[in-house]
Design a protein around this ligand. Structure first.
Ligand code: GDP
Ligand code: MG
Length: 374
């Protein structure tokens, strides 16, 4: 309950301030119109007018995930099932990330869906040996860096693309460090094997120096020679992705309410706030009351990776939604609640907390500046 002045309280109650001041006087409180009132005094006055003071909903929502989990029943063991791996492709610029993503998408989109790719939502799913794999296609490393900095873990596996004619480069090392820090397994795709100047041995040698020792040399890292351009080796690469994923035992309960992470989001002139979400557990449904970062709303429409409208999205599924109050940020977590009221309260409380945090950050900064000047 934020504090109220006599004047504000009078306005809320539709009374003259002088009347409130009189009542306060009778209660033994001397007050002026601008005076801030204590909670007790507010309650007394309201009671006198027969108005009930609404209980403030005090919820700690700084940790959205914990708050959400507390509202959830535990999954039944029989509902916990295998979920598709979520894969990101990383590597040095021009080593073939985009070409590989395109090549996988073009060759592996299921029949009947081919040609249906009208829209780009920053992620897609392919089917390999009846199993799904989700690829995140976030432009550059920037979005991932943001996500990681914000503690979001979205990737189960990284494909590290290294051009066989170029070898290990600064962004290759950066990608290795990112994956290691996040404890995400790496599969190496030695790309551009179609080139005459390709030298896979050199790539293996250089990566060994960074702790990625090929299986062929007694290590544990899987290396797959490919040509993203010609489409060679893509099948083996995807099979290796499934193999490594199985070891990771990736599980989820599709019967729960959805929880996951924002992959990207923007403001669309016609549709308002549009966000691509990765569902990480549970199933997201049309109409679900949702909190995304500090935004909230109901899932109005959902579009899948091939631009089709869908009614629900299960674990490891990327989906684009509309219906949010604001545009969230990449890396924001989202959770679904039972009812819209809770979603609104949690969303608003989180927005409040964020504003307060920003303010104290500003104050801290000014204090720091002050000390610097001294
Ligand atoms: P990114 O910066 O990692 O996304 O790299 P791109 O996918 O944009 O590829 C950079 C350049 O390398 C493009 O001209 C591609 O056509 C080329 N390229 C990618 N993969 C291969 C490959 O397997 N073989 C050959 N010869 N060229 C490739
Ligand atoms: Mg690219």
């Amino acid at each position: 309950f934020e504090s109220l002045s006599v004047g504000e309280l009078a306005k809320k109650l539709g009374r003259e301030p002088s009347e409130i001041i009189k009542k306060l006087f009778m209660l033994g409180v001397m007050a002026t119109i601008n005076q801030e009132l204590e909670q007790d005094a507010i309650e007394l006055i309201c009671a006198d007018y027969g108005v009930e003071v609404e209980e403030e909903v005090r919820i700690d929502v700084t940790d959205l995930e914990t708050y959400f989990e507390d509202t959830q029943e535990e999954s039944k063991p029989e509902d916990i099932k295998e979920r598709p791996p979520v894969v990101t492709i990383m590597g040095h610029v021009d080593h073939g990330k985009t070409t590989l993503l395109d090549s996988i998408r073009n060759t592996k989109v299921t029949a009947g869906e081919a040609g249906g790719i009208t829209q780009h939502i920053g992620a897609y799913q392919v089917v390999v040996n009846d199993k799904k794999i989700t690829f995140l296609d976030t432009p550059g490393h920037a979005a991932f860096t943001t996500m990681r900095a914000r503690g979001a873990k979205v990737t189960d596996l990284t494909i590290l693309v290294v051009a066989a004619d170029d070898g290990v480069m600064p962004q290759t090392v950066e990608a290795i460090n990112h994956a290691k820090a996040a404890e995400v397994p790496i599969i190496v795709a030695v790309n551009k094997m179609d080139k005459l100047s390709a030298n896979p041995d050199r790539v293996m040698q250089e990566l060994t120096e960074h702790g990625l020792v090929p299986e062929a040399w007694g290590g544990e890292t899987i290396f797959v020679p490919i040509s993203a351009l010609k489409g060679d080796g893509i099948d083996s690469l995807l099979e290796m992705v499934l193999l490594v994923s199985e070891v990771g035992e990736l599980k989820a309960d599709a019967k729960r309410k959805a929880i996951g992470t924002v992959i990207e989001a923007q403001l669309d002139k016609g549709r308002g706030s549009v966000a691509t979400l990765l569902v990480q557990n549970g199933t997201l449904q049309i109409g679900d009351p949702i909190v995304v970062g500090h935004a909230f709303g109901r899932v109005r429409a959902m579009v899948n990776d091939i631009g089709r409208r869908v009614k629900s999205a299960g674990p490891s599924t990327p989906v684009e939604i509309t219906g949010l109050s604001e545009v969230p940020q990449a890396g924001d977590r989202f959770v679904v609640f039972e009812d819209e009221k809770t979603a609104r309260q949690v969303g608003e409380a989180r927005a409040m907390t964020a504003i307060q945090a920003q303010r104290s950050e500003k104050q801290r900064v000014t204090l720091d500046n002050l000390f610097e000047q001294m």
